[in-house]
Design a protein around this ligand. Structure first.
Ligand code: F6P
Length: 239
């Protein structure tokens, strides 16, 4: 069995201000996490480098494939990413700065960016605080007969011109297929809502629970899929 390591990006400046979405850089605490994560990942992945994994890596590089290159952008939400992501890809991020910066201190392991790992698109609410949303959002989103309120049904609620949790689950399908195909360990650096959905898939949690699953900052969730089932470990690197 090989591990899948899931983590949120380090705390961002938007997180500090309580603003959702956006493309902010890291806060000081977030930058510190990036360093601690790099330390952890380098040790953890080195200890996982079994003989068979090494052989697979060498075979692919010897075949002239470009899969070892850093920073290949997987542009598609679906489908066409398959075949570009090989068994030697270790660090997966979204295309947003806060995940790329969180990965930046990790050296010696290939990185790729997935648009499908981006945070839930909050549409017209992008960049707002939850308070502002409550105050400024037209009431129809909360109370109209035909609209779902986020409070009542967070799983199905779709931000105006944005996404719902169900949308995220759907766009994660190719990511999950790739994760399951990997023979080497993978570190996924992504965002709260996306990681809730990924975690729920591997930990076999029911759909309705997904939007409420706790995915704390500065913590690595390690999933091991073995023949006897899924094992989970959590490493809290910072308070
Ligand atoms: O607050 C951080 C964040 O990643 C936002 O960008 C995102 O909108 C939110 O978490 C998702 O969590 P929730 O669905 O609980 O609002």
């Amino acid at each position: 069995p090989r591990p899948i390591l899931l983590t949120r990006h380090g705390e961002s400046r938007n997180n500090v201000r309580g603003r959702i979405g956006g493309d902010a850089v890291l806060s000081e605490a977030g930058e510190l996490y990036a360093k601690k994560l790099a330390n952890f990942v380098e040790k953890r992945l080195k200890s996982e480098k079994t003989a068979s994994v090494t052989l697979i890596d060498e075979g692919e590089q010897g075949g002239g494939s470009d899969e070892g290159e850093v920073g290949i952008l997987v542009e598609a939400w679906i489908g066409s990413s398959v075949g570009r992501v090989g068994s030697c890809q270790y660090i997966w991020t979204s295309t947003l700065q806060r995940t790329i910066l969180t990965a930046s201190a990790i050296v010696g392991f290939p990185k790729i960016q997935w648009r499908a790992l981006e945070e839930i698109n909050a549409g017209v609410c992008d960049g707002m605080t939850y308070e502002e949303i409550k105050k400024n959002m037209p009431e129809e989103y909360e109370y109209a007969k035909n609209a779902i309120s986020r409070k009542k049904d967070k799983l199905r609620y779709r931000y105006p011109r944005g996404e719902s949790y169900l949308d995220i689950i759907q766009r994660l399908e190719p990511v999950i297929i790739e994760l399951e195909r990997q023979r080497a360990p993978v570190v996924v650096i992504s965002h709260q809502a996306v990681l809730r959905a990924l975690y729920a898939y591997f930990a076999d949690r029911p759909l309705n629970e997904i939007p409420l699953i706790e995915v704390p900052f500065h913590t690595i969730i390690e999933i091991q899929m073995g023949v006897t089932g899924v094992q989970e470990k959590r490493y809290k690197l910072m308070g």
